[in-house]
Design a protein around this ligand. Structure first.
Ligand SMILES: C[S@@+](CC[C@H](N)C(=O)[O-])C[C@H]1O[C@@H](n2cnc3c(N)ncnc32)[C@H](O)[C@@H]1O
Length: 402
C-alpha cells in the first residue's frame, strides 16, 4: 500500500499496474484502487467531506459506489423528518440501500442488471432472521466443493485471464451446484453474492472487467473462498427493472437516484458478474469475453443524447415526497440542467462534495515502454447531492415499496 497525504488526513491507496490492449494498442495502466475503485477520494470527516461510516468487511470493487457518501445520505434522509420508506432506483452494490435498511427504513433496491439485483435481493430483500442459518449451511457446503472446470473456466480463465483456472474451476463447481438446487430467490441471491464477492477478492483486473492484467495480480493466487454476506433484520425488497418502470411501479417517501453519468456501461464493466449470476452461458466477444448482449442492452443514462429525457421521465414518474439525487460534475449533464429538471418537482437544495480523482487520472496512462501517453485530466472533481422536496404527492407511506 502507498500512503498519500490529502488535505486533513492520510488516505490509503492500493496502486496496481497492468498491461492490456485497448482499441488494438498495448497500454500499461496504473490505477489506484483505494476506496474500492470508486474513483473518488473524499476529504476527511469534518473537513468539508461526509462523516465516516463503518460498513463491515464487504469490499466489492465498483465504479461510482457511494460507500463514502453513505453517512451524508443517511444524515440527509434523517433530516427530512418522518420518512419511513425509501426507493433506491439505481442500487448497484446496494450499499446505500443496505445502510438505509440498517437504520430501520423499509427499502426497495432496484437496478436493471441481474448481478446488481442479486446484490439488492441479498443485502436488502433477505431478512436475516429468516435466512441466516440456512444460508450459513449452504455456503459452508458450497465452499467445500472440489473444483470442476467448465464454461466459466474455459471462457474467463483460459481464453481470458479474469481468475486463475483453479479458482475458475471452483466457480464452475459452485455455480453449477447453486443452479441444481433451485433455491428460493433470497437464498439463491445470498449464495450468488457470496460467490461474486469471493471471485472479486481473487480477480486479476484493475477493478473493471474490460481487460485483464497481463501478469497475474498477486491476490489471484489465493484460494477463492466463500464468506457469508452481512444480512440485516427488517423489511426490504429488490427488483431488476429499467429505472423508468421501477419509478412507475413503486411508491415511497423518498427516492434516491444515483444514475450513471457518462458513457461507460455498467453491464460492459461488470459483464463477468452478469454471466455468473444469469448463468446463461451466452456467446462472448473480444479479449474481455464480454456477453454479446452488452451491445444490445444499452442504458439511456450512458448516452449523452438520451440521458436528459430519460432522467426527466424518471423524475416525472416518481410518486415520492422527497428526492435525493447523486451526480458528478464530470457527467453529461451540468448542475444547472439538473437543477432545472429537478425543480419541476419542487425546491432544490444542492450539496457539493469535492473529491480528488483516482490515482490513474493523477499518474496517467503509460505505453509498454513506460512512457506516459496522454495528459492526465483534472485532479479534483465535485460530487453533487441534490435534495428535492416534491410539491405534489404527500404519500406518507400509503403503500410500501413492494
Ligand atoms: C453509479 S451506479 C450506482 C451505485 C450505487 N449507488 C452504489 O453505491 O453502489 C449506477 C447504477 O445504475 C444502474 N443502471 C444503469 N442504467 C440503468 C437503468 N436504465 N435502469 C436501472 N438501473 C440502471 C447500473 O447497473 C449501476 O449499477
Amino acid at each position: 500500500m502507498l500512503e498519500l497525504s490529502f488535505p486533513g488526513q492520510a488516505g490509503r491507496w492500493g496502486l496496481r499496474r497492468g498491461s492490456y490492449r485497448w482499441e488494438g494498442r498495448p497500454h500499461q495502466h496504473r490505477i489506484g484502487l483505494g476506496f474500492e475503485g470508486t474513483g473518488a477520494c473524499y476529504p476527511a470527516a469534518g473537513q468539508g467531506g461526509p462523516p465516516r461510516h463503518r460498513e463491515g468487511t464487504r469490499l466489492i470493487k465498483y465504479l461510482g459506489s457511494k460507500r463514502l457518501l453513505v453517512p451524508l445520505i443517511l444524515e440527509r434522509v434523517e433530516a427530512l423528518g418522518g420518512a419511513r420508506t425509501v426507493l433506491d432506483l439505481f442500487s448497484g452494490t446496494a450499499r446505500v440501500a443496505h445502510a438505509l435498511k440498517e437504520r430501520g427504513y423499509v427499502v426497495h433496491a432496484n437496478d436493471h442488471n441481474a448481478y446488481a439485483a442479486a446484490l439488492g435481493t441479498c443485502y436488502v430483500g433477505a431478512e436475516r432472521r429468516r435466512w441466516q442459518a440456512r444460508a450459513e449451511r449452504l455456503i459452508a457446503e458450497l465452499d467445500a466443493l472440489p473444483g470442476r472446470p467448465g464454461w466459466f473456466t474455459d471462457t474467463f480463465c483460459k481464453r481470458a485471464r479474469y481468475l486463475m483456472p483453479r479458482n475458475g474451476a471452483r466457480v464452475d463447481a459452485i455455480r453449477t451446484r447453486i443452479a441444481r438446487f433451485s433455491l428460493e430467490p433470497e437464498l439463491e441471491a445470498i449464495a450468488l453474492v457470496s460467490l461474486m464477492e469471493a471471485a472479486d477478492r481473487v480477480d486479476s483486473t484493475t477493478g473493471v472487467q474490460m481487460a485483464y492484467l497481463k501478469r497475474w495480480a498477486q491476490r489471484a493466487g489465493n484460494r477463492l473462498t466463500l464468506r457469508m454476506p452481512r444480512l440485516l433484520d427488517g423489511s426490504g425488497s429488490a427488483s431488476c427493472l429499467e429505472a423508468r418502470a421501477a419509478a412507475e411501479r413503486f411508491e415511497a417517501d423518498v427516492a434516491y437516484l444515483d444514475p450513471p453519468y457518462n458513457q461507460h456501461s455498467y453491464l460492459g464493466n461488470y459483464h463477468v458478474w452478469e454471466s455468473l449470476v444469469r448463468w446463461d452461458k451466452p456467446p462472448v466477444y473480444g479479449v474481455a469475453m464480454k456477453r454479446a448482449d452488452v451491445r444490445e442492452r444499452p442504458s439511456p443514462f450512458n448516452r449523452r443524447r438520451q440521458i436528459e429525457v430519460a432522467l426527466e421521465e424518471v423524475v416525472g414518474a416518481l410518486r415520492v415526497e422527497f428526492l435525493l439525487v447523486s451526480y458528478s460534475d464530470e457527467g453529461f449533464l451540468d448542475r444547472e440542467r439538473l437543477v432545472a429538471i429537478l425543480a419541476r418537482r419542487g425546491p432544490v437544495e444542492v450539496i457539493e462534495i469535492p473529491y480528488r480523482r483516482y490515482v490513474g487520472a493523477r499518474i496517467g496512462i503509460y505505453n509498454p515502454r513506460g512512457e506516459k501517453v496522454g495528459v492526465p485530466g483534472r485532479l479534483t472533481n465535485r460530487e453533487y447531492l441534490f435534495v428535492v422536496r416534491c410539491a405534489a404527492g404527500r404519500i406518507r407511506s400509503a403503500r410500501r415499496p413492494a
